[in-house]
Every structure is written in C-alpha cells, then in structure tokens.
Design a protein around this ligand. Structure first.
Ligand code: FBP
Length: 335
C-alpha cells in the first residue's frame, strides 16, 4: 500500500526488510508494530493534553530525582500496557521505573526480546508546546525464553542492540528507526494514522553548522569543553564556523536536526553531574546505535558509547554525539 506520494507504508517496508533479519519467529516485527501503535496513542494524548488537564507535574519525583510530569507517567503506561497486551517483549526498563518491569504472562515470557525506553525525552518542553520525543532500544534477551527476565538482560553493551529508534512529536510524528543494516525515517499520515517511509537509508553529514550544548553548564565543565565551545563560536579559529548554537532542551530534537543537517550534541560531565546527565541504557545507547548506523559517532569522551558495559540500569554517562568530523574535532580538544 502507498499514499499519494508513492512512499510505502510501514507494514510493507517491515515485511520487505524483515526478510533479511535474523528474526525467524517474527517477534521483532510484532514488537516494532506495537511500539508504533503506542507512539500514535501517545501523540494523540500529547496533542490533547492542554485541554485534558494532562499538563504539569504529578507532584512526585522519580528514581532520577526528577519531577515526574503527567505526560511522562502517561506515556510510560501506554508503552507498558501496549507491549504487555501484545505479548511482544519479556520485560521493560524505563526511565520512569526504578526496577525492571517483569512480564509473567505466557506470551510475553516466550518473547526473545527486551525493551528499554525513555518514554518522554525533553520533559521540560511538554508544558510549552515545544517538540518532545520518545527513545527506545531493543535487545535479544540473554536469559532463556519461557523464564522471567533478569536485570542482566538489560545491561548489555549497546553494540548488542538489534534495533533502536526515536519518535519526534511535532506537527506530525517522525519515527527514526535503526535496524541491523540501515536507518530509515517514517512520517505519520495523520488522516489514516499510518506511518509511511519518508527518508530511506539516512546518512549523517560528516559535519554541519550546528552545535547543541546548554550554556548553563559553561562554567561547570572541563576547560577542554569550554575551549571547544569557544572554538564553535569563533570567526577566526574555526575554518568551518562560527557554528550556530541550537539547543532545544530535547535531545531527540537536537540529535534529529543534527542527523539530517550535520551537527554535534554534547552533554559532558559537569561539577554537579560528574557522570553526565543522560542514561546509558535508554538514552545514550539507542541514540548512539542510530547515529553510528547513519555514519556518525557517539562517545563518552574516552570510548564508543556502544562499548560501555553498564553496571546498573539507570547509570549515566557523558555524551558527545553527531557528525563524525565534529565529534573528532571536539575530542581533539581533550588531548
Ligand atoms: P529527560 O529525559 O528527563 O527529559 O532528560 C533528558 C533531557 O531533557 C534531554 O532531552 C535534554 O537535552 C537535556 O535533558 C536537557 O537537560 P538540561 O536542562 O540540563 O540542559
């Protein structure tokens, strides 16, 4: 099936692409379909949140020590309920849940996949109608299908991911999905609530005009990072610059723009966040998997993000991610 501009719909793409995957059971296809359906439901509720009293805080803190927004909790529950009802994964790790969400119904137990997510990235933007996103990561479980998942299933290095993606909620939904051999972008056709392939085989430009850094941290980061920020802003030092600072307060939006147009996003370690802010398992790893599949780079300043072996499910890391040449130039400032 295709829409009026002859792009194919997600199901047709999935059936064609999955023929090359190691997914004999079809479980990964079913999981991806359910993820897409959850995102459509979340988008419906985001667009109606202002009129449904769903803006603002729930009045409690999560395990991250961050105030939980009503839409954080609602999006989290939609993903959990949708995936559990479909029996398409054996368990979930979420930014919003302190512990692993273990499924013990028959079909979920038999799934060979586990799912990790940041249900709403850019939570601070929810109340001001600025873009937000959802981020997810999928692994094959290490424990045997039929048994309950264990934390070890979720503490694999990011290079083990079988798929990763994000949804960017704006005038419509852009879904960026990285699988074993490519990164593809889908756009939601709102009249019929179906995703259509909009950018096949995305490739990240080697460099671009944008850097994404919160200047709020300028005096809290290492001198080498300050030197790089000064380089980004320089008319003289930087033969490609000065770069434009575009920082949305939503990593999904910043990484998405930089993926399409070229740029670098960085959230380093700071005096008050010595391990950085972003979480390895459900923010750094999925975004690193996507950007590397598209030809970009993602590092913690010392090693590839995808090589890190997380020790706990909410472990944080510094993150430098984007166009390959720009990540390289930033790292050179630390030498
Ligand atoms: P959340 O997932 O809790 O929203 O945190 C991630 C994030 O919002 C990123 O999307 C964004 O780039 C960063 O935090 C903003 O943090 P800060 O306000 O400290 O710059």
């Amino acid at each position: 099936m295709s829409n009026n501009n002859d792009s194919i719909d997600f199901d047709e793409w999935l059936n064609r692409e999955a023929a090359e995957w190691d997914d004999a059971s079809g479980g990964l296809k079913d999981l991806l379909r359910s993820i897409g359906q959850a995102a459509i439901q979340i988008y419906k509720e985001i667009t109606g949140a202002g009129l449904a009293g769903m803006l603002g805080s729930e009045g409690r803190m999560n395990v991250q020590g961050e105030e939980v927004q009503k839409m954080d909790a609602r999006a989290n529950q939609i993903f959990i309920d949708t995936l559990q009802a479909a029996g398409v994964c054996a368990g979930i790790v979420s930014e919003e849940n302190e512990h692993v969400v273990v499924f013990d119904d028959g079909k979920s137990l038999r799934s060979e996949y586990v799912f990790l997510m940041d249900p709403i990235d850019g939570s601070g933007n929810i109340d001001v109608n600025i873009s937000i996103g959802s981020i997810f990561s999928i692994y094959r479980r290490l424990s045997s299908p039929g048994s309950r998942v264990a934390e070890q299933d979720f503490l694999q290095p990011g290079k083990n991911q079988v798929a990763a993606g994000y949804f960017l909620y704006g005038p419509t939904i852009n879904w960026i999905l990285a699988t074993t051999n490519s990164v593809n972008a889908f756009t939601l056709s709102r009249p019929d609530n179906r995703f259509f392939l909009s950018f096949p085989h995305l490739k990240a430009p080697l460099r671009g005009p944008f850097y994404s850094f919160d200047n709020h941290n300028y005096n809290r980061v290492d001198q080498s990072i300050r030197n790089y920020v000064n380089y980004c802003m320089s008319d003289t030092q930087n033969t490609y610059g000065p770069y434009s600072n575009r920082y949305y307060g939503c990593m999904v939006a910043d990484v998405h723009r930089n993926l399409l147009k070229g740029g670098i996003y960085f959230y380093p370690q700071t005096k008050d966040k010595p391990n950085g802010k972003l979480r390895i398992c459900y923010e750094c790893n999925p975004m690193a998997f996507i950007i590397e599949k598209a030809g970009g780079s993602a590092t913690d300043g010392r090693q590839r993000i995808l090589e890190i072996h997380p020790e706990h499910i909410h472990q944080r890391s510094p993150l430098f991610i984007g166009s390959r040449e720009m990540v390289k130039e930033l790292i050179a400032f630390g030498d």
